[in-house]
Ligand binder design. Structure first.
Ligand code: SF4
Length: 378
């Protein structure tokens, strides 16, 4: 089983918080699509013996593509790979690109999961973030998506926004619940270098929300979604039973995936590869049969640290027995030492044969993961 991720590096406008690789210049769109097809064809041998059980179009903004362009990409995958009959096929979409007819066509070409960039149900937040859509467009898009036959819809939200009150955040979460979607991803705002928000923070135009308030918003999120029947299966991800994102879960469970397009990452169990974050260099490489990516072979330390980071993020946790079986003694000794520390401080719980973060642990997950990881001198 393996996944395919395709990065569509175009956005109509830059959101002020976003550091994903993207361009607002669409002049290379057709050339880029030809490049994506070529990469899909030329790398099919890498998954020749795998069945594809997840396909994910992310970005950027995949919903800027025309229906025929989306159809063509899926057809290229189907022609070159063995796609499982019940594969999860997700497309990220922004509400301002959608209509009832477009959503019906997206469903018809084969996408069966929709991930919508909603971010907030407050107009003032959307304006602050430089989003293109309005609140009603987001709400309407979810309704249209359901009518179009999507029964697996995810929406993204952001908390910890400057000046966001608990009441405003609670309203956001409650509207998301009322929309009766199957999946919600909620991220604490991060000020990434190179973004407008980062510059505004440095200049004092924006003021960061105090950590305690972000934490309270996270707690409230967990509480409301828990009461509404969502399972909290990864730090930032919540789903109704049976609707975990299969694609993202395979990242956290260290399954193989192929990343297609500029800036996309791939993983084949032994090495990681990443394509260049430049549309021009990506196309030049592909068109001239030159390199357009870099790769690294994973060391035992990389594998151990990946296991820790991905496991502790999720309900599946990490297993001492697995560390004992797969890694050398020094990793086990370090693992046991840190496990004892956080068991005593009450931040971990045992689920059958695994340890995972409890609610208190989730709030300091970065610190716990950093402690569990092994650095050179360990
Ligand atoms: S958040 Fe999405 S739409 Fe906004 S700039 Fe980033 S990738 Fe583009």
């Amino acid at each position: 089983m393996a996944g395919i991720y395709i990065h569509i590096p175009f956005c109509r406008k830059r959101c002020h918080y976003c550091d994903f690789f993207k361009s607002t210049d669409f002049s290379q769109k057709s050339r880029l699509l030809a490049g994506l097809k070529k990469e899909l064809e030329s790398r099919a041998f890498e998954l020749a013996s795998d069945e594809i059980d997840t396909i994910y179009l992310g970005g950027g903004t995949p919903s800027v593509l025309l229906i025929d362009e989306l159809k063509d990409l899926l057809a290229t995958i189907n022609q070159n790979y063995t796609v499982s009959g019940d594969a999860e096929i997700t497309m990220e979409a922004n509400p301002d690109d959608l209509s009832q007819a477009i959503l019906s066509a997206i469903r018809e070409v084969g996408f069966n999961r929709l991930s919508m960039g909603v971010q907030s149900f407050a107009e003032s937040d959307l304006k602050l973030m430089n989003r293109r859509h309005g609140v009603m467009q987001a709400v309407q898009s979810v309704k249209w998506a359901k009518r179009a036959g999507f029964s697996n819809i995810s929406i993204d939200l952001i908390y910890g926004l400057p000046n966001q009150t608990m009441e405003e955040w609670e309203r956001n979460v409650r509207i998301a619940v009322e929309l009766d979607v199957q999946h919600i991803s909620a991220y604490n705002l991060t000020y990434h270098e190179g973004t407008v928000f980062y510059d505004q923070l440095k200049k004092g135009v924006l003021k960061e929300l105090p950590d305690e308030l972000s934490l309270q918003q996270f707690e409230l999120l967990i509480k409301i979604l828990g009461e509404a029947g969502f399972e909290h299966y990864e730090i930032s991800n919540f789903s109704k039973p049976g609707f975990y994102s299969k694609h993202n879960s395979s990242y956290w469970k260290s399954k193989k995936y192929l990343g297609i397009g500029p800036s996309a990452h791939s993983f084949d169990l032994n090495s990681r590869r990443w394509n260049v974050s430049s549309i021009g260099k990506y196309l030049q490489g592909l068109e001239n049969n030159e390199s357009y990516s870099e790769a690294e072979i994973l060391t035992e330390q990389d594998n151990y640290n990946d296991y820790i980071i991905t496991g502790l993020r999720t309900v599946w946790g990490v297993s001492e027995e697995f560390v004992r079986a797969e890694f050398s003694a020094r990793y086990l000794i370090h693992f046991q030492k840190i496990k004892d520390k956080y068991m005593q401080s009450g931040h971990l719980i045992f689920s059958p044969e695994k340890i995972r973060l409890n609610r208190e642990g989730l709030f300091i997950s970065d610190q716990i993961m950093a402690d569990f990881m092994v650095v050179e001198s360990c």
